[in-house]
Design a protein around this ligand. Structure first.
Ligand SMILES: N[C@@H](CCC(=O)N[C@@H](CS)C(=O)NCC(=O)O)C(=O)O
Length: 241
């Protein structure tokens, strides 16, 4: 059985990583059985130092996009089969926007904002022994801050990052409209990516201006709840295909 290496349940979601959520829900939507192997220790063995990665009978594949490409080539997934070239193009470009830009806004909203950091710190670092907890959490936060600065999003003000996030959410809300899924009545890979990200804002227990802004888009909330109810029962913690 395919093993999906993940972080594990946090913030009331199966995983705090939108990339893990993307692969997890993609396999569920594709009805490909898998087993989740959770734990931050997975990072040490990850082929590219990031999660997710999968182990398919000894073949390791890292990176959510490459994992989905690999799985699509090897297994018979119904996703994306009926899409036009134009729909595929939209899916590719929207997916990249979420992976490469919205991701950093999410990271900022969790790790840098003073109102959310205590919750993030408690979730990720409370399992560590008290003497090292403070040092390790502040080193990790500093590393994230540095990554945000190098990527660029970290150079903007809180207000500007919230604006950028809202613009992306508005675009997603407009693209979804009243449809069941982004590209019609059937789920596609774009839905796996969108759910991966939107669930982290809308369904997570994190309360800040970013999550509140996302929850203001009623069609995105309805969309997330419908996918959660269809593919995840009970809502949190349950793993596997
Ligand atoms: N391009 C990768 C990105 C994966 C990624 O950034 N994962 C983050 C968690 S959301 C991670 O593992 N970070 C750990 C680190 O950078 O040390 C993908 O699509 O899978």
């Amino acid at each position: 059985m395919i093993k999906l290496y993940s972080f594990g349940a946090a913030f009331g979601l199966p995983d705090p990583s939108p990339f893990v959520m993307k692969v997890d829900v993609w396999m569920r939507m594709s009805a490909i059985p898998f087993e989740s192997v959770s734990g931050v220790a997975n990072l040490r063995k990850a082929p590219k130092g990031k999660l997710p990665y999968i182990d398919d009978g000894g073949k390791l594949v890292a990176d959510s996009h490459l994992i989905i490409s690999y799985l699509r080539a090897k297994y018979d997934s119904p996703l994306d089969k009926g899409l036009s070239r134009e729909q595929r193009a939209i899916a590719t470009l929207v997916g990249k926007s979420l992976d490469e830009q919205l991701y950093w806004c999410l990271v900022y909203s969790r790790w840098i904002r003073a109102d959310t950091w205590p919750q993030v710190k408690a979730t990720f670092f409370n399992p560590l022994p008290a003497p090292v907890r403070v040092v390790i959490s502040s080193i990790a936060r500093h590393k994230v801050e540095r990554s945000l600065h190098l990527q660029g999003v970290g150079r903007h003000s809180d207000e500007e990052i919230l604006l950028m996030t809202t613009e992306t959410l508005q675009a997603l809300a407009d693209l979804l409209g009243d449809k069941r899924y982004f590209l019609g009545e059937q789920p596609s890979t774009l839905d796996a990516t969108a759910y991966g990200f939107l669930s982290e804002f809308i369904l997570s227990e994190i309360e800040n201006e970013f999550s509140q802004r996302a929850r203001g888009f009623k069609n995105l909330v309805r969309y997330c709840e419908a996918i959660r109810d269809r593919y995840y029962t009970p809502v949190s913690g349950e793993r596997g295909g």
